[in-house]
Write a protein that binds this ligand. Sequence first.
Ligand code: ADP
Length: 400
Amino acid sequence: MLRIGLTGGMGAGKSTVARELVESGAVLIDSDAIAREVVAPGTPGLAALVEEFGEGILAEDGSLNRPALAAVAFADDVSRGKLNAITHPLVGARTAELIGDAAADAIVVQDIPLLVENGLAPLMQLVVVVGADEATRLRRLVEQRGVDEADARARIAAQATDDQRRAVADVWLDNNGAPDAIRARVRELWEQRLVPFERNQRAGVRARAAYRLVTDPEWDVQARRIIARLHLACGASAVRIDHVGSTAVHGLPAKDIIDIQITVADMTTAESLSDALAGAGFPLAAHVTHDNPKPSPHDPDGTDLSRWGKRLHGNADPGRPANIHLRVRDSLGQRFALDLRDWLRADEHGRAEYLAVKRGAELAAADLVGDEAGEAYYRVKEPWFDAVYPVVTEWARARA
Ligand code: ADP
């Protein structure tokens, strides 16, 4: 099962996108509908609200009078806190129940207007944001939904900004254009990303990237989003989580795959995280048990695997390949991943040399596919790592 978060400013077109996703086959969980359901007449939720805020919040027919509730509950932070303490757990429980009812291969879309405001993005395997210029949103709200203009402006101003939404958006759906255009984009997203993502996750398959060097100014924010999800999946078992590898070095061309290192206390902890990581969309590469040992004075031939152990997971999302390396705190591999990144960030010549080696590796893999491409690529790259290892470790030692 895949959990997708859908959000966007008022009037941007969330409901329009949600409808198209449902037509494609998604299971929709509408948080506004749940928020109404848990305080419908006859529910324990409504009874709790009346107990807290009095009979004055009820309409004549016994249903909730929302403006009356808002008047008392939004009066101050304490009242607002009491309202949330009643409704949030009920909404959470009902949401969990609906997610639990979804089929094992379902693509569940949670429509959450306040996803950004409530910090829910890391809970989702993918966040889709529907965006439209403020003027467009206002016009739609006023002309198509009959909202009073001043009211629409005030509500838009009270929500998250587009910059805040962009920071969590794995997918940004621009809905400034015609309805047909956004519907076509949603279909494409469904077929090219969501369906294969769900299939990969269920089958434990990691998304791959081509052995081609590119640059992308978004790598850093994409890594941050992955790290937020990993923190949630690992909890206190992660000593630290870092963006490592070439995509963490500004301006250095790299294969379009983000490397993340999760530092753990020991390998048993790494193993214990397998299910949580797989469930969060990061399946295990079971065949990988260590990095290639690098020659050092203690191990001149570079054959001692014991200090280079690791577990490897990958992202199932075909739209964002990532390698997730789990390494033990202060193991040689864990130190080297951090030191190499920092050295590359600091040393212009090192960066140029590494790029030249990578260009050679790219060329060696150019006409090959699958495992053969990977082997050709790493045959060129690995000797350079062996050669640079003492340089990098010495640089890090001198700096410490
Ligand atoms: P939200 O759920 O994000 O508040 P809606 O999906 O309800 O937004 O869209 C707001 C209004 O704008 C609706 O009346 C909808 O039919 C209309 N709308 C959505 N997308 C477009 C579009 N691309 N062009 C014109 N009108 C649109």
